[in-house]
Design a protein around this ligand. Structure first.
Ligand code: TEU
Length: 547
């Protein structure tokens, strides 16, 4: 079975809430996205992934869907959406929708009818009795809540929610659920979308609801991670829905290792086209994601290499709406924001796989500059803070945890210009704009020939046209304390990407010199510095060498 994604696909992720507001309510909207299509087209990407734009009470900013076939009024209308698809298409850009099918909102019609006692809809959800006043099982929850909430007025019945209590999990044992989702997918495919990003897709099918093995996080996960039932559903969705439309799908797959990822996205399996794995995002975490230490570049390099070698094709990303900004994670970013951002552009576009750029990454946006918990909106951050309080973790540590790991770090409004609210809104932004917007913004970047944005554009253009970057095999060359180097090879030709992942200069390692032919007249295809020292890499220098 052939996969449907194209090797030259480069994706730009939009978090609609934070992208561009046009009606002054402080929340981004579809007209805002339409107004920025030229900017996106000029960046050079050919695909947009839209985080959820469906009707939602926004308990988890749209990842709690109340109506899968309607646009969130705050974001606009279905006509706006159709116009977006059309205008994007005119610019050679396809739209990928976020498909959130592990759970719905508790305000979805299905859940409401279930609560009203309709058995048909009760069967859409995972409802279980607790015995002798106990919860149905000992499972954990992604948002540090109890995963079971009393079902309506019932004294004994609970519903399962792996995320917030306003996100009841769907019952994928029920074939009617599968039919509903097929129908929803076709609805959007008929509107011209080119694919889906499938939210937490490898947890949808629960094998059993029995007690789980005790874990630091997510006790019970062995009962639902990448189960056979989940593989079957993915196969069906590909065969019956994606394939006939020539659409593609990337899965967000939690806790996945390489063999597990292969099972989910190897072309011969006919399931997903690629997966977002998490291991390279976890290199600076201590046991759980809420405790972070300094990022050790070598660990990052080793993890990247492992995945590059392990899978034929990766979904390559460093940022999204759930992760702190990546350049803020380098321990010693110092004055090198531009260099770190452009190095990351070089790295992202040189690895093998489909690159995903997250809004603002292309102008070097950094973590939100939150001063207190009130400024943070994310449900997960608030839950974690409360949990840490219960565990008697002292306040300064609690706050440090949130500040470093909050998902809101990447959700601050897009910084368009030096105007008020960074040109994001004329109203009051739903989340505080980063105070650095006068310096860090797209308008300023657009005037710089040698700026961050210009370099991202250059790398994207190269990645889209260079056959070696597009299709070449990956070969690791070097992973040290500072320097990462790898080769891309195709048909006897090769390129060597070299990254200094620290804010200190670094000697070019001997192996890199040998492999890249530096002393034998290899040429620099692109670099994020004007002038390169032959044998020394400057802070966060990126170089792509042709032998
Ligand atoms: O994320 C799922 C997920 O596992 C995490 O990355 C999530 O951010 C959480 O922090 C786990 O601790 C997806 C979406 O990307 C996220 O925005 C949603 O909140 C979540 O699913 C529920 O739909």
């Amino acid at each position: 079975m052939a996969a449907n994604y194209k090797k030259d696909t480069i994706v730009y992720q939009i978090y609609p809430r934070s992208f561009q507001d046009t009606d002054g309510d402080g929340i981004g909207d579809l007209r805002g996205i339409i107004s920025r299509l030229d900017y996106i087209a000029e960046l050079g990407v050919n695909t947009i992934w839209l985080s959820p734009v469906y009707v939602s009470p926004d308990d988890d900013n749209g990842y709690d869907i109340a109506d899968y076939k309607a646009i969130q009024p705050r974001f606009g209308t279905m006509e706006d959406f159709e116009e977006l698809v059309e205008k994007a298409k005119e610019r050679g850009i396809g739209i990928v929708m976020d498909l959130v099918i592990n759970h719905t909102s508790d305000e979805h019609e299905w859940f409401k009818r279930a609560l009203a006692g309709e058995q048909k809809y009760k069967d859409y959800y995972i409802i279980k009795r607790g015995e002798n006043g106990k919860l149905p099982n000992n499972w954990g929850n992604f948002f540090a809540e109890c995963p079971w909430t009393k079902f309506g007025d019932s004294e004994e019945e609970y519903y399962l929610h792996l995320f917030s209590k306003k996100q009841p999990d769907l019952n994928w044992h029920n074939p009617a659920v599968l039919e509903e989702i097929k129908d929803i997918m076709r609805f959007w495919l008929d509107k011209g979308v080119v694919g889906f990003r499938c939210d937490v897709i490898n947890v949808i099918y629960k094998n059993s609801l029995s007690n789980g093995k005790k874990q630091l996080v997510l006790t019970g996960r062995e009962h639902y991670l990448s189960t056979e039932g989940c593989h079957e559903i993915l196969k069906t969705l590909r065969r019956e829905v994606l394939e006939p439309y020539g659409a593609w799908a990337v899965g967000e797959t939690v806790f996945v290792d390489i063999p597990g990822a292969k099972d989910l996205c190897a072309p011969k399996r006919g399931e997903l086209d690629m997966v977002f794995s998490f291991q390279h995002m976890e290199v600076d975490q201590v046991f759980v994601k809420w405790f972070k230490t300094r990022l050790k570049p070598k660990k990052l390099m080793k993890t990247l290499t492992k995945w590059q070698k392990g899978l034929d094709w990766n979904a390559v990303y460093f940022e999204n709406h759930d992760q702190p900004r990546f350049i803020s994670r380098f321990a010693d970013l110092g004055p090198y924001r531009k260099e770190a951002s452009t190095m990351m552009a070089g790295l992202l576009m040189s690895l093998r796989g489909t690159p995903f750029v997250y809004e603002g990454q292309e102008i070097g946006m950094v973590n939100g500059d939150f001063k207190k918990l009130d400024e943070v909106m994310d449900i997960e951050s608030h839950n974690i803070y409360a949990m840490a309080k219960k565990l008697l973790i002292p306040n300064p540590i609690r706050w440090k945890m949130i500040k470093r790991t909050s998902r809101d770090n990447a959700r601050t409004p897009m910084q368009w210009s030096a105007e008020e609210n960074a040109g994001f809104t004329e109203g009051k932004p739903w989340l505080k704009v980063n105070g650095n917007y006068k310096e860090v913004n797209a308008a300023a970047e657009m005037t710089k020939e040698n700026g961050i944005l210009a370099f991202w554009k250059k790398m994207i253009a190269l990645r889209k046209t260079n056959q070696i970057l597009m299709e070449g095999h990956f070969k690791s060359v070097y992973a040290g304390k500072q320097v990462y180097a790898f080769e891309r090879k195709k048909g006897g030709k090769s390129l060597v990407a070299v990254c200094n992942m620290t804010g200190r200069s670094a000697k070019l390692p001997k192996r890199v010199i040998r492999k890249s032919g530096v002393k034998k007249g290899s040429s620099i295809v692109v670099s994020n510095y004007d002038a390169c020292d032959e044998l020394v890499l400057k802070p966060f220098e990126f170089r792509l060498l042709e032998r």
